[in-house]
Design a protein around this ligand. Structure first.
Ligand SMILES: Nc1ncnc2c1ncn2[C@@H]1O[C@H](COP(=O)(O)OP(=O)(O)OP(=O)(O)O)[C@@H](O)[C@H]1O
Ligand SMILES: [Mg+2]
Length: 230
């Protein structure tokens, strides 16, 4: 059955440690995020935003609950596959605050490194990279090094890199934190456009309230509970 659902979480729980070091982070979270949606995730520092994102991205293991990515149930009190890496590779694109481009590889090689490591044909991954660089209006930059690009251009490359595997879901942890207001707005508007045009669900952590008007919904973590505002 094909639905519009990109992420569905039921009764998800996450804590770290035990005894004196016990921290309860996410308590009994249940929500659905659809394809085409840009959802902002806001909460104070230490509230669990990165932790939640990393569970949705099959990086951190929850304690209990259920996670569906698309129509596939990937977690039910345990990962339902040994290969969470395969799920990440096929379904998820990650964007981080610091863009983490590799400084000694040019833009093209930054974009094609991971797909090629994962066995995608060189010509195919280069064609995809060119298409994305064109889409992001930096088609002329494929041979330059990250240090030769502005912060905003580097972040566009990082977004392009997250799209290389045609993900169903993009998880972005403060993608605009290092950018000024106008570049941040440009990035967030671009993410909204990508969500609609490529039919992906995007969850974006932000500390910047000015970005919220461009998002479809606002997800908050309040007292360990995940709640929606908009
Ligand atoms: N691997 C870990 N082991 C133990 N505790 C952890 C671990 N990762 C996160 N925590 C704890 O879980 C809580 C949530 O951390 P998280 O990084 O998700 O917060 P955040 O909302 O992303 O904060 P920030 O806005 O500062 O990035 C914090 O109390 C943190 O110390
Ligand atoms: Mg964080």
């Amino acid at each position: 059955m094909s639905t519009n659902q990109a992420i569905k979480v039921e009764n998800l729980n996450k804590s770290f440690g035990r005894g004196d070091t016990f921290v309860d982070v996410i308590h009994d979270a249940s929500f659905t995020i659809n394809k085409g949606e840009l959802v902002a995730l806001i909460a104070p520092s230490g509230a669990g935003k990165t932790t939640l994102l990393m569970m949705l991205g099959c990086v951190n293991e929850p304690n209990s609950g259920t996670i569906y990515l698309g129509d596939e149930k990937v977690y039910e009190n345990r990962w339902l596959t040994k290969e969470t890496r395969k799920i990440r590779r096929e379904k998820i694109g990650f964007i981080f605050q610091a863009h983490y481009l590799i400084p000694f590889l040019n833009i093209m090689d930054n974009l094609t490194l991971l797909p090629q490591t994962n066995g995608v044909d060189t010509k195919e991954s280069q064609a995809k990279a060119r298409e994305l660089l064109h889409y992001f209006d930096i088609a002329d930059k494929e041979s330059v090094m990250p240090s030769q690009l502005s912060g905003g251009q580097n972040q566009r490359v990082a977004i392009a890199r997250a799209l290389m595997n045609n993900p169903e879901i993009i998880l972005a942890d403060e993608p605009t934190a290092a950018l000024d207001m106008s570049r941040s707005t440009a990035v967030v508007k671009m993410l909204k456009k990508i969500a609609v045009e490529q039919d992906v669900a995007i969850v974006m952590v932000t500390h910047d309230d000015r970005m919220l008007e461009y998002c479809d919904r606002i997800m908050k973590i309040e007292d360990k509970k995940v709640v929606f505002e908009k």
